[in-house]
Design a protein around this ligand. Structure first.
Ligand code: PLP
Length: 454
């Protein structure tokens, strides 16, 4: 039985090598012909079986070309992270194990390593030692977990058990969040029963930071949601000051730091997140800045009990143990052992390597912005962390240039809207990005820029 199995894996390793060997030559976004080829996947639900080797072969020949070159050095779209070899390899091994990491009894190793990740992350971000961590698909889910903990905790403070008695008669909870909160914050709030019209939005300045003097009043029933890293432009809210105001009011502070919380792991960048240890909960992604494999979101909560109270599921067949049961910290029960991949990444890089990874992303970002400015582009905000936005003098030209560069396949940047005008967004997220990648990308923008001038 294993002979065919191993042959399949060996073939897959071969495809993997081919893909990785080609990654720098590959267009950052698939060419039209490759996109058209995806149509070849179309067919009715097959009735007959297909050999596994044929399925994987089709996946490689049609599928690999249909990917964005995200693991290369010139994909700057969204805030999609690259992939460190150690994370890739660890991912392979856990696929081999196929562990369900919900309970200690289902996977002792997943429990052990997630426990370590929890401690290491608290130390890395400078949070209190007992901070709880849950590993989820991404920040979208981490925000839900954190805000559920916050909501339930505020109700409990007033003697109200929301799990038992529901939302309808719950004491009023005030939500304050930035005008510029990430869309996933709004989704999480709506899932938790908070409608848009019930939410107090905090006005922001020209860069997207909450204005301290315009902050709506906070009280002990408030959840204040702030951000470490705006997805358009990178701005960090004034975390230290906001946490102080919230603490005075006894409000709960959640920090959405999906990519930006990692600033806390670099001495050069940690000024951006000064004061985070005063917040109550956090959401952050290891698949973004850390370049660990998708999908690996993290919810961190200073009050362990608040998180586990909100998340705990029960059932006579669920045997919790004395060891860590990972499902206590998240909305998910069955799930892959993403903690093992996270552990491998943290262990491989160490504190120094993590800081070096982050510092390199930030340095490449600055270099990118400087070089574009030298070529006549308008850099709208000075780079913050790994993000900046830029444009041409005229909105129409910004659109044309971006479209031409995207089509060229040399690099891929996304579009954005800043104060009503189109902008080009850059997120430098891959450990593979080198100065040569920046130079090639700048040259592509320069070429498009001069083309449209004529
Ligand atoms: C990416 C991102 C999210 C959502 O995270 P996912 O991992 O995609 O679920 C939330 N907030 C910010 C600021 C982000 O950059």
């Amino acid at each position: 039985m294993n002979t065919d199995y191993f042959a399949l894996l060996e073939k897959t390793l071969h495809y993997t090598k081919e893909y990785l060997d080609n990654i720098e030559a590959m267009p950052a976004f698939p060419e039209k012909a490759s996109l058209d080829d995806l149509k070849q996947f179309e067919e009715p639900l097959p009735v007959a079986a297909t050999q596994a080797a044929r399925v994987i072969e089709a996946l490689h020949t049609l599928g690999s070309k249909g990917t964005t070159a995200q693991t290369g050095g010139r994909y700057f779209g969204f805030v999609n992270g690259g992939l460190l070899p150690v994370a890739h390899a660890a991912q392979w091994l856990i696929d081999t194990w196929n562990q369900n990491s919900a309970l200690y009894l289902m996977s002792p190793v997943a429990s052990k390593l997630e426990d370590l990740c929890e401690r290491w992350l608290a130390e890395l971000f400078g949070l209190s030692k007992d901070t709880a961590a849950g590993l989820v698909t991404g920040s979208s889910n981490a925000i839900i977990c954190a805000l559920a903990a916050a909501r339930n905790h505020i109700c409990a403070k007033q003697g109200y058990d929301i799990k038992q008695n529901g939302l309808k008669n719950a004491p009023p909870i005030k939500i304050v969040t930035s005008e510029q909160a990430h869309s996933t914050v709004w989704t999480a709030l709506s899932l938790l029963g908070f409608g848009v019209s019930e939410i107090d939005t905090a006005p922001v300045d020209d860069w997207g930071k909450i204005k301290l003097d315009k902050l709506p009043p906070l009280d002990a029933n408030t959840i204040l949601i702030i951000q470490a890293g705006n997805v358009v432009g990178g701005a960090y809210d004034p975390i230290n000051e906001l946490c102080d105001l919230a603490k005075k009011a006894d409000a709960w502070v959640h920090i959405d730091g999906a990519f930006g919380l990692w600033a806390g792991a670099s001495d050069k960048q940690s000024h951006l997140v000064k004061g985070i240890e005063k917040a109550d909960s956090f959401s952050v992604d290891a698949h973004k800045t850390l370049n660990a494999a998708y999908d690996c979101g993290i919810v961190l909560c200073r009050n362990r009990q608040a998180l586990t109270n909100a998340m705990q599921a029960s059932g006579s067949y669920i045997p919790y143990s004395e060891e860590r049961d990972n499902m206590l910290y998240t909305t998910e029960m069955s799930r892959r052992a993403r903690g093992v991949v996270l552990w491998a990444t943290l262990k491989h890089l160490g504190k120094t390597g993590i800081a070096a990874l982050i510092d390199n992303l930030c340095a490449q970002t600055e270099d990118f912005a400087d070089k574009l400015q030298n070529k006549g582009f308008v850099i709208i905000n000075k780079p913050v962390f790994n993000q900046f936005i830029f444009k041409c003098e005229l909105p129409e030209k910004t659109r044309q240039v971006l479209e031409a560069v995207q089509k060229s396949g040399v690099c891929w940047c996304g579009s954005g809207n800043w104060q009503g005008k189109p902008v080009i967004r850059v997120s430098v997220c891959s450990h593979r990005t080198t100065t040569a990648d920046i130079d090639k990308s700048v040259a592509a923008f320069e070429k498009a820029y001069s083309y449209f001038s004529n």
